[in-house]
Design a protein. Structure first.
Length: 328
C-alpha cells in the first residue's frame, strides 16, 4: 500500500461536478490499495464567496496577521466540505487545519515557509483507514500564530507533507493534463511533457509557469519528492517530476513562461535547458524584435511587453524556438 498526497486547487473544489471528480480520484486510490491524503485550496477566484481574494477584500487595510487569519478560512471551508462529502459516500474522513495537522512554519505573514510536521495525528488517521483532508496554504508560527505560505501555497503544503510523511507520490491536480511547453490556453499546440527533471521545473516555475508553485518545486528537488502534475478531469498519467533520467531526456527547449508583475505589464520568457540557451538565442531575439529583459538565469531569454501583447509574443517565441533545432 502506498501513501499518495492528492492536492486539489481552487478550480477543482469550486463546482459540484469537479468535486465529484475528486471523490472519484479518492475512491480509485483506495481501490488500488493506496492511502490517499488530500490537501485542498480555497474554492474559486475573486468574486466567489469563499475565495482567497474575496476574503482578503473584506479586511483590506487590516494587519497582516488578521489578513492571514481570515483568508485561511477559505481552505477550512474546502476541507470540511470535501471531508463531509467523503463521509456521505461511506469513506471515513476527517478535516485537518494547520494546527490539528501539526504543520510548523517560519517567516512573515503572507509568505511563511513550512519547516516541519508533527506527523503523529495524520499517521494515526491514515493507519485507521481515515482519509485526512488538510488545509493547504497555511502553517503555525513558533508563537502560535497562523500564517499563510504565499500565493500557490497549497502546492507547497502538498509537497511538504509528502516529504515529511515519506509519500510515494504527491499528485498536484489542476485543470490541465500536466506540464505543457506553454500555457495551452495561449499556445494550443504546445505539447505536454511526460517527464521533467526537478531543476527544469524549478526554473519554469520561477519564470512564471503557473502549473506548479516555485517554492513547492524547490522543496520537491531538495527532498527528492516524486511529484505528478495531473488533471482532475481525466485519468491521464500527467507529467512526472523527478531527478534527471537517461531514459527520459529533458528537451533543450523547455517552454514559454508568462508572468504578470502588474501595472498592465507582462514578462514573456523562453526557458531553455541548462547550458542550452545559446542554441535558441538568435532565433528568439530575431522573432521578438524587443530589448532583452535582464535575468539571473543565463539560459532564459525574457522580454517585457504590455499584458495584452503577451499571448501573441508567447506564440511567436514558441514558434521560433520549436523551429530552431529538433527536441528529443
Amino acid at each position: 500500500m502506498g501513501l499518495i498526497v492528492q492536492k486539489f486547487g481552487g478550480t477543482s473544489v469550486a463546482e459540484p461536478a469537479s468535486r465529484e471528480c475528486i471523490l472519484q480520484k479518492v475512491a480509485a486510490a483506495r481501490a488500488a490499495g493506496d492511502a490517499p491524503l488530500l490537501v485542498v485550496s480555497a474554492m474559486g477566484r475573486r468574486g466567489a464567496s469563499y475565495a482567497t481574494d474575496t476574503l482578503l477584500d473584506m479586511v483590506a487595510g487590516a494587519t497582516p496577521s488578521t489578513q492571514d487569519l481570515i483568508i485561511s478560512c477559505g481552505e477550512v471551508i474546502s476541507a470540511c466540505l470535501l471531508s463531509a462529502m467523503l463521509e456521505s459516500r461511506g469513506i471515513p474522513s476527517r478535516p485537518f487545519t494547520a494546527y490539528t495537522a501539526g504543520i510548523h512554519a517560519e517567516g512573515p505573514f503572507g509568505d511563511a515557509s513550512p519547516t516541519g510536521l508533527d506527523g503523529k495525528v495524520l499517521r494515526q488517521a491514515l493507519d485507521a483507514g481515515i482519509v485526512p483532508v488538510v488545509t493547504g496554504f497555511q502553517g503555525v508560527l513558533p508563537d502560535g500564530s497562523l500564517a499563510t505560505l504565499g500565493r500557490g501555497g497549497s502546492d507547497t503544503t502538498g509537497v511538504a507533507l509528502g516529504a515529511y510523511l515519506g509519500a510515494d507520490y504527491v499528485d498536484i491536480y489542476t485543470d490541465v493534463p500536466g506540464v505543457a511547453m506553454a500555457d495551452p490556453r495561449i499556445v494550443p499546440e504546445a505539447p505536454f511533457l511526460p517527464y521533467l527533471d526537478y531543476r527544469s521545473m524549478v526554473r519554469l516555475a520561477a519564470h512564471g509557469a503557473r502549473v506548479l508553485h516555485d517554492r513547492s518545486a524547490v522543496i520537491a528537488e531538495e527532498k527528492q519528492v516524486s511529484v505528478r502534475v495531473r488533471s482532475t478531469f481525466d485519468d491521464g498519467a500527467g507529467t512526472m517530476i523527478g531527478p534527471e533520467r537517461a531514459d527520459s531526456p529533458t528537451p533543450d527547449f523547455l517552454g514559454i513562461a508568462v508572468a504578470k508583475p502588474g501595472n498592465g505589464q507582462a514578462r514573456v520568457v523562453a526557458v531553455c535547458r541548462t547550458g542550452k540557451g545559446g542554441l535558441f538565442r538568435k532565433a528568439i531575439l530575431d522573432a521578438a524584435k524587443l530589448p532583452v529583459e535582464p535575468l539571473d538565469d543565463p539560459d532564459a531569454i525574457g522580454f517585457m511587453c504590455r499584458e495584452d501583447e503577451a499571448p501573441e509574443l508567447a506564440r511567436t517565441l514558441f514558434k521560433a524556438a520549436m523551429g530552431t533545432v529538433p527536441n528529443p
